[in-house]
Design a protein around this ligand. Structure first.
Ligand code: GDP
Ligand code: MG
Length: 174
């Protein structure tokens, strides 16, 4: 274990291609946003240190590098992961319809007590919205997930999405 932290949490990002996974990560870890999408040049993971209840937590957050096709993500991606952001795009209904499949995959590959936060991203594109907030909320409630809408572009709730996941893990593991 690193000497500069008390806990290391492995976290993973999942969801269909182009929902904004890489931008949510770069916003949280680097405070950067990219207008273009470069799926093949995706980083493998990024770190950010946070402090919760006097404990220094190093969040190691894994991003897919374009393997979003169903079942193309291998179990090593999920191995040891304590939490996941399951992301869809509020402007593309199909990405919301696939959330159930992603959840199945998380539940079959991941630990049974993995913390899952359902994230509806691109909330800034209100004029193009195809999925209502209530639909995301209802799904999350039925499945026992946390839920939040974000905009990686406008920085809305990005910090909250990651911190909800990290705080919940902290509460479960310490
Ligand atoms: P990934 O394939 O899931 O990693 O998605 P990316 O992060 O590469 O984003 C896909 C595209 O959506 C890119 O053109 C981004 O600029 C755009 N994008 C990502 N997040 C947002 C957002 O919150 N709002 C808007 N308007 N566009 C976004
Ligand atoms: Mg990406």
């Amino acid at each position: 274990m690193d000497e500069d932290c008390d806990y290391l949490f492995k976290l993973v990002l999942i969801g269909d291609s182009a929902v904004g996974k890489s931008n949510l990560l770069s916003r949280f870890a680097l405070n950067e946003f990219r207008l273009d999408s470069k799926p093949t040049i995706g980083v493998e993971f990024a770190y950010r240190n946070v402090v919760i209840a006097d404990k220094r937590i190093k969040a190691q957050i894994w991003d897919t590098a374009g393997q979003e096709r169903y079942r193309a993500i291998t179990s090593s991606y999920y191995r040891g992961a304590l939490g996941t952001l399951l992301i869809y795009d509020v402007t593309r209904r199909g990405t919301f319809e696939n959330v159930g499949r992603w959840l199945e995959e998380v539940r079959s590959h991941g630990d049974s007590d993995m913390v899952v936060v359902l994230v509806g991203n691109k909330s800034d594109l209100e004029h193009a919205r195809e999925v209502q907030m209530k639909e995301g909320q209802n799904f999350a409630e039925r499945e026992g997930l946390h839920f939040i809408e974000t905009s990686a572009l406008q920085k809305t709730n990005v910090e909250d999405a990651f911190m909800t996941m990290i705080t919940q893990i902290h509460n479960l593991t310490t």
